[in-house]
Ligand binder design. Sequence first.
Ligand code: MSP
Length: 513
Amino acid sequence: MQKTFYLTTPIYYPSGNPHIGHCYTTLACDVIARYRRMQGDRVLFLTGTDEHGWKIQQKAKEAGMEPQVYVDQLTDRFRKLWDCMSIQYDRFVRTTDAYHVQTVQSVFQKLYDRGYIYKGEYIGLYCTPCESFWTPKQVVNGKCPDCGREVTDAQEEAYFFQLSTFTEKIGDFLKNGTFLQPKERALELLNNFIRPGLEDLCVSRTGVSWGISVPFDPKHTVYVWADALFNYLSALGYENARFSDWETFWPAQLHLVAKDIMRFHAIVWPALLMALDLPLPKQLAVHGWITVEGKKMSKSVGNVIDPYVLTKLYGVDAVRYHLLRELALGCDYEFSSEVMARRIDSDLSNGLGNLVSRTVAMVEKYFGGTLPVEREIVAADSVLIDAVCALRKKVDAAIDAVHLKEALAEIFAVVAMANQYVDANAPWRLAKQPESRARLATVLYHLLETLRIVSGLLAPFMPNTMPKIWEQIGAAPTEVAYDPLQQWGVLPPAISVKKGAILFPKIETGAKS
Ligand code: MSP
């Protein structure tokens, strides 16, 4: 039976142009989705936009537009950016889509009928950029504990979700399971939220008209987070007739988010699912922020970097590589155009690009482009061969753990090893000795095999460049499929190569940050 794999990004607020900060989560999901497809899984990769709420209502007003017109325009910009970044998502959910509205209303009614939603009055504080309610105890020096920005007073009649009744169950879920990654994050949640006891969550607003109306009390709209989280269900067709993938794909294998929205995904989301008696997602992976001068890159802080500027300067695959190579679960990454330029030069131009160009150039120069079939293997070759053959297993494990940075580190350690293999075997010296012809062919064949496996494993990370490598080294699609990526000696012995354009040009100008 084919395994199914459902993975999701957060749905983004279309409240401004998307920036590099938005790209990482979507890129990381794209790599995992591509890798799983390569492994033969049936994948559903979901992304989308979170289009209701006070913030969007205000932004549309400032722009002098109807909210729907405003979000239509901005949502298109997200789709365009994903196309530009070669993101291959399977489904794009919009919370203004009729099927999503239907799911939210139906689920809200269910929660109400089951007694999990009740009417009360909200008195407290509100962070508009995060669309989060806070109590005076929770704010830090008068600021939002998630993003550090100003909060405002809020008081209104509202419906509440009985989150407090789930304190123990959520505590056990976080303590005992393998749900949350990295593990230390669970401790943080247990200390900050579970130990003091969860508070009921306000799930409706009366002052925000741009939202889904509460089915049993239409002067209320559904609080934007209670609306947004259900995208993970509506996009499969749960309680709507638009899709029929619910049975096949739920529960999700992976939700990937940044740390600012961990609480909603690690506490509120499982509690809502528990209240509905639905299975819980398998894994929530939480990554750090891309920062500029220590602050989260964000439109409202005004420190964003335009992805189009970077892709124009460096190329899409190099930008993908850079972000995936620097960001990790658990840590922030201070964006730096110098680090980016250095990384692209050292790993891509001097490392991988150089390995491809010199290997192909030597096969052309010494053998007219086609290797002879004679071989002379020496014992020391096994160091490279063993490392290359062990690589797929390491990358598999890293992808399973959402450690994409580590996966790339493993792959590029092998690239470095192959470059050392060239230097240690000095093909240019062997070429001068007619009796070393078989040895020379062997060294070059080993390099081509290394490149076949490395490029196959890198294809999910850099999907535009790897096919160019396959063309140069003469690898057929079946030879870079998943299975042969841990077999040695797959390229035909008399393999022909074809020199191509430089894969990663050296960087001369740095991007302005
Ligand atoms: N709409 C909510 C999410 C609802 S999910 C049911 C939201 N949207 S957002 O537009 O603010 O985007 C949040 C996500 O964007 C973060 O979780 C993260 O995935 C990504 N990022 C936005 N800025 C980022 C950085 N500066 N660094 C890394 N990722 C960031 O919250």
